[in-house]
Design a protein around this ligand. Structure first.
Ligand SMILES: Nc1ncnc2c1ncn2[C@@H]1O[C@H](COP(=O)(O)OP(=O)(O)OP(=O)(O)O)[C@@H](O)[C@H]1O
Ligand SMILES: [Mg+2]
Length: 252
C-alpha cells in the first residue's frame, strides 16, 4: 500500500539557534513495517519524528507520506494520516479534561457525537485510563499522562503511528499492556525509544541515529547484538541480550 509509505530523502534541519539536528537522513519505510529509532540523548530521534508528523518541515531534503510530499500546504493531510505521540505528554494534553483531550481529534475530523463517544471510550479503555476521563490532565501522574496521550492518538485511528519514547514513565504492567497493544497494530509503526528490549520485541527493523546521521539501518536482531555498532553510538545491548549478571558473577 503505497499510501502508507514513509520516506525521508537527505533531510537536513537546524534549529533557530543554529544547532544542526538532522544532517542528511534518508530511509524508506513500507506499509506494515515496525521500525525502532534508537540513539543516545541528543542524537536527533525526536527531531526526526517531528518531521514525519509534520510538526517540523525539513530545512533541506524531502519527507513523503504515501503520495504526499510534506509541505506547509499538505500539513493537514499528513496529520490526518500520521498519529504522533510526543516525548513530553505536556505537549500533547491541553484541554480541561482527559475526555475532552481524547475527543479533540475525532471532533475535529467532523465525526458525529455518537462516534466521537465510542472512539473516546474505546481509546481510554485500551490504555486502561477510563477512570480518569473526568480529571484535568495536568493533575495526572507522569505515567497516567503518558497513557492518556497515547489514547489521544488512538482515538484518531491513524494509518501510521509515530511514537516518541512511548514506554517512558510507565509501570511494568502498563508497559507490558502497551507492548501488547502495539503488537496488534498492523499498520506502520515508527517508535523512538531507549527501551531496547521493547524494540527487540516489537520492531523488525532498527534505525540507529548518531549526531543527526544514520549510523545503521537493518534487522533489529542483528543491530542490537552488534557492539561495534552500539558502542560508538553510546548504546548498550538490550538487557534481554546481556548475560544474567548473577550467573556471570558466579563463573568469575
Ligand atoms: N528546540 C530546540 N532548539 C535548539 N536545539 C534543539 C532543540 N530541540 C532539540 N535540539 C537539539 O537538537 C539535537 C537533537 O535533539 P533531539 O531532541 O532530536 O534528540 P533525541 O535523540 O530525541 O534525544 P533524547 O534521547 O534526549 O530524547 C540535540 O543537539 C538537541 O540539543
Ligand atoms: Mg527525544
Amino acid at each position: 500500500m503505497s499510501h502508507h509509505l514513509v520516506e525521508a530523502k537527505d533531510v537536513h534541519y537546524s534549529y533557530s539557534d543554529g544547532t544542526q539536528a538532522m544532517c542528511g537522513v534518508s530511509f524508506r519505510i513500507t506499509h506494515g513495517e515496525s521500525v525502532a529509532v534508537v540513539g543516545a540523548n541528543g542524537a536527533g530521534k525526536s527531531t526526526l519524528l517531528q518531521h514525519l508528523s509534520g510538526c517540523l518541515l525539513p530545512g533541506g531534503g524531502t519527507v513523503r507520506i504515501g503520495d504526499t510530499l510534506l509541505t506547509r500546504k499538505t500539513l493537514a493531510i499528513v496529520r490526518r494520516t500520521v498519529g504522533m505521540v510526543f516525548q513530553d505528554p505536556d505537549d500533547q494534553l491541553f484541554m480541561p479534561t482527559v475526555w475532552a483531550d481524547v475527543a479533540f481529534g475525532p471532533i475535529n475530523l467532523g465525526l458525529p457525537a455518537d462516534q466521537v463517544r465510542s472512539r473516546v471510550e474505546h481509546a481510554l479503555e485500551t490504555v486502561g485510563m477510563s477512570h480518569v476521563a473526568g480529571r484535568p490532565p495536568y493533575r495526572l501522574s507522569g505515567g497516567e499522562k503518558r497513557a492518556v496521550s497515547i489514547a489521544t492518538v488512538l482515538s484518531m485511528d491513524p494509518s501510521i503511528l509515530v511514537m516518541d519514547e512511548p514506554t517512558s514513565n510507565l509501570d511494568p504492567r502498563a508497559r507490558r499492556r502497551l507492548i501488547e497493544l502495539l503488537g496488534t497494530f498492523t499498520h506502520t509503526k515508527i517508535i523512538a525509544t531507549h527501551d531496547l528490549d521493547m524494540a527487540m520485541e516489537l520492531c523488525g527493523r532498527t534505525i540507529v541515529l548518531s549526531q543527526g546521521r544514520i549510523a545503521a539501518d537493518g534487522p533489529t536482531a542483528d543491530i542490537l547484538r552488534d557492539e561495534s555498532i552500539l558502542a560508538p553510538c553510546g548504546l548498550e545491548k538490550p538487557l534481554s541480550l546481556q548475560g544474567c549478571p548473577i550467573c556471570s558473577r558466579q563463573k568469575r
